[in-house]
Ligand binder design. Structure first.
Ligand code: ZN
Ligand code: ZN
Ligand code: FE
Length: 751
């Protein structure tokens, strides 16, 4: 019997199951999968096989089982677990990191246990995996734990098949395993117990850099607005929300609403950050998550976290250990340098992190998990596809929120969140990450897929790759739609709606408000927002007021300058005149059909946000003030495949002038966008007899819009598909690229 499974507690499970049935034989991990050789009564063997299929160990994923009967008998006296053998294709997928299990938590706080209060306790069912793995097969010698020689007791547990730490590769105890150290910002070790010192310092309002599973966190008391504000200014992070960690659901419930389904997400093996609805009278300071109505919270997921938060009824800020938008630190030296101006103290440990992973971010939508950032605890778990990849593919992803993806057979390995490919360090995470995955999953790509945008660093990487037969450029929004189709395991023609910030279009313009009739092979553009200029290019993204002025001038001509709005009072007319001259001359003013930019324009018009400090901030804050949807919706005009927003802007201005509150205007705008989608989808349905609508792109992280549009589409009897396993934002692009490239290869049609 041979099965491809993830290496989590599988062999001990096989061992005890075989022993219970008096079967003899062998089990080993041979790099292709788990190989089980059993001998005994046929009925017992059948039951043994049935149990493997029906009740495998909690964290294992069985990819496939192959069974060969009536082999020549071997003189087995017992059942044994054999050492892994490194021959054969290295196909056993490395598991994602798993949050500390209940049994380990119990031992952690059990004074009689030999690992009592040991911050690196783990077992076969929990602990770091992917982040410590250097190569395959997944064995201690191929992890960063190989520096620690096991003590006799650990070795005994590791070797004992019925022990719950049998072959737990990161097994350790206080005698033989990793240790903590506390240093001040000058790098001097602080004498005393690092853990109680750290707890004490946090209590006293200090900011600590804490080494975790996939990198460093910056931690501080979340209830002290002064400390949180300090952290913001030192980190040069004006507004982007901070995540919190609290030691129990009951603490979290003081600050946010938690449904049963959300509680299940918080407690899942990945222990992600879950975005929850902030309570109205939440006592978390506004500086934790300014201008947004959600709160990102997680539960402790490593023993160190449990110890730091023990008996604490206060949440900690646990934000990524980086400056501004840089990638998070994961090496001690690097953290000591880069974070020295932010952290007052450093809590280090000597277990090296091999792969940097951020905390994953999820939320609940329609009763299912919707991943916004897929990283620790999820990557590199395989994503099953409904189709087969004809040839091994590497898809390089987009520029922002980059992920890449290796795919073969019916499996896609979407990488952990790499980040924005705009500095050297992220770029090297990208290139090194690709090499690492290539080795871990033994995939040698024959096809490489990349974004059409010529300036993306991921595109340049793809074009420079040698030894690849086929290179396929995939239009950004086609990739979004294909990603959502793959996420939902559907194929065939669909109505694809891709609303996002910006993506390179087939006509060289910046798309982002697109309706398609699409399948994996092609995407026919059916309708899009009418083009407007982006005055100053990228700078227009940082300053939403520019888009507001562009749309106002579209609607009212020069007369918009005399509308007498708050917007007019704030407008720097000289700056605007300079931009107008640029637009007339066509200088640095790319044309865009982006829906994300229209959200910016409305936020700018309402003076919610004139300049942003992080991507999507204006739209997020616009959603934040539109507490509930109200009628009448603003109406877009759709003519010959072009969508015009002038009437929307005109209504919003009229409402501003008649004193309608901004919250109401924001709400009518959201409702207008939802109704626009239904209207255009209905037209396409009449023409093409398609009934499935696929929603993708970063704009669909707007929950107010997403809930409403799903509801309206279902009322109109559409089948609606949204993202779950990969993000709707550009983090999902690589999966879509792989699906499109595969379809092109299969149909022999290459761009
Ligand atoms: Zn455990
Ligand atoms: Zn030990
Ligand atoms: Fe996008």
């Amino acid at each position: 019997m041979r099965g491809v499974v993830q290496g989590v507690g599988f062999r001990p499970f096989v061992y005890s199951s075989a022993n219970r049935r008096s079967l003899t034989g062998r089990v080993l991990n041979n790099g292709v999968g788990v190989l089980i050789d059993v001998q005994g009564e046929p009925a017992e063997i059948d039951q043994f096989g049935a149990e493997l299929e029906a009740n495998p160990p909690p964290l294992s994923i069985i990819e496939s089982i192959e069974r060969l009967d009536h082999l020549a008998p071997v003189d087995y006296r017992d059942f044994q677990i054999l050492e892994s053998d490194a021959t054969g294709a290295k196909l056993v997928p490395v598991s994602a990191d798993v949050a500390t299990c209940d049994e380990c938590v119990n031992e952690l706080f059990d004074a009689r246990n030999r690992r009592y209060r040991y911050p690196f306790i783990n077992c076969t069912n929990c602990g770091p995996r992917f982040t410590i793995t250097e190569s395959v097969p997944y064995d201690r010698r191929n992890t960063t734990m190989r520096m620690f020689a096991m003590c006799e007791e650990c070795r005994h547990e590791y070797d004992e098949p019925l022990n719950r730490r049998f072959h737990a590769e990161p097994i350790a105890c206080a005698r033989c395993g990793p240790q903590l150290r506390l240093l001040d910002r000058e790098g001097r070790e602080v004498a005393g117990d690092p853990l109680s010192l750290a707890r004490d310092l946090l209590q006293r309002g200090k900011i600590l850099a804490i080494k975790g599973i996939g990198g460093f966190h910056l931690a501080c008391d979340a209830l002290s607005s002064k400390t949180v504000a300090d952290l913001r200014s030192r980190k040069v992070r004006e507004d982007k929300p901070f995540a919190l960690m609290a030691n129990s659901l009951s603490v979290i419930r003081r600050y946010a609403r938690v449904s049963d389904e959300e509680a299940a997400l918080l407690q899942s093996p990945a222990h992600p950050i879950v975005l929850l609805q902030k309570k109205d009278k939440s006592s978390v300071p506004e500086t934790v998550a300014p201008g947004v109505n959600s709160l990102g919270v997680m539960l402790p997921y490593s023993p160190l976290h449990y110890l730091l938060l023990e008996n604490s009824n206060k949440p900690l800020v646990m934000t990524s250990g980086n400056v501004s938008d840089e990638p998070i630190c994961y090496h001690d030296d690097d953290a000591g340098q880069r974070l020295s101006r932010i952290a007052d103290y450093f809590l280090f440990h000597d277990r090296n992190i091999h792969v940097r992973t951020d905390d994953s971010v999820v939320r609940l939508h329609d009763g299912r998990e919707m991943i916004l950032r897929r990283s620790r605890g999820y990557a590199p778990a395989p994503i099953r596809t409904a189709f087969d990849f004809a040839r091994p593919i590497l898809a390089c992803g987009a520029e922002l929120k980059n992920t890449f993806c290796f795919a073969r057979d019916h499996t896609a390995f979407v990488s952990h969140h790499i980040g924005d490919l705009e500095n050297l360090e992220t770029l090297s995470s990208f290139t090194e990450g690709i090499e690492h995955y290539r080795r871990l999953f033994a995939i040698d790509p024959e096809v490489v897929a990349y974004d059409l945008h010529p300036e993306y660093l991921s595109t340049k990487y793809a074009l420079a790759l040698g030894n690849i037969e086929e290179k396929i450029a995939v239009q950004h929004h086609h990739a979004h739609v294909a990603s959502c189709m793959t996420d939902n395991q559907i194929d065939g023609e669909v109505i694809g709606v891709a609303f996002d910030g910006l993506g390179y279009g087939l006509d060289g313009k910046m798309w982002g408000g697109e309706f398609f009739v699409a399948d994996f092979c092609q995407a026919e553009r059916m309708a899009h927002l009418a083009y407007v200029p982006l005055p100053g290019g990228v700078q227009a993204i940082r300053e939403p007021w520019r888009l507001a002025a562009v749309y106002l001038e579209r609607t009212f001509g020069q007369a918009f300058l005399d509308l007498g709005l708050e917007f007019n009072r704030r407008l720097d007319v000289r700056k605007w005149s300079a931009l107008r001259r640029m637009m007339t001359a066509g200088l640095n003013c790319p044309q865009t059909s982006s829906m994300g930019r229209l959200f910016d324009a409305v936020a700018g018009l309402l003076c919610v946000r004139e300049a942003v400090n992080y991507e999507g901030q204006a739209a997020i804050e616009l959603e934040g003030i539109a507490t509930r949807l109200s009628h009448p919706a603003y109406e877009f005009k759709v003519e010959a495949g072009e969508i015009y927003a002038e009437a929307v802007i005109r209504s919003a201005v009229e409402n501003l002038l008649d004193g309608t509150p901004a919250s109401e205007i924001a709400a009518r705008f959201h409702l207008g966008v939802a109704e626009l989608i239904v209207k255009v989808a209905t037209q396409i349905r009449q023409e093409r007899h398609l009934n499935r609508v696929v929603l993708s792109g970063g704009v669909f992280q707007n929950m107010l819009l997403l809930h409403k549009v799903c509801q309206l589409l279902r009322e109109s009897e559409f089948a609606v598909f949204t993202h779950s396993r990969v993000p709707a934002n550009d983090g999902g692009i690589s999966l879509g690229q792989a699906a499109v490239a595969n379809a092109c290869v299969q149909r022999g049609r290459y761009n």
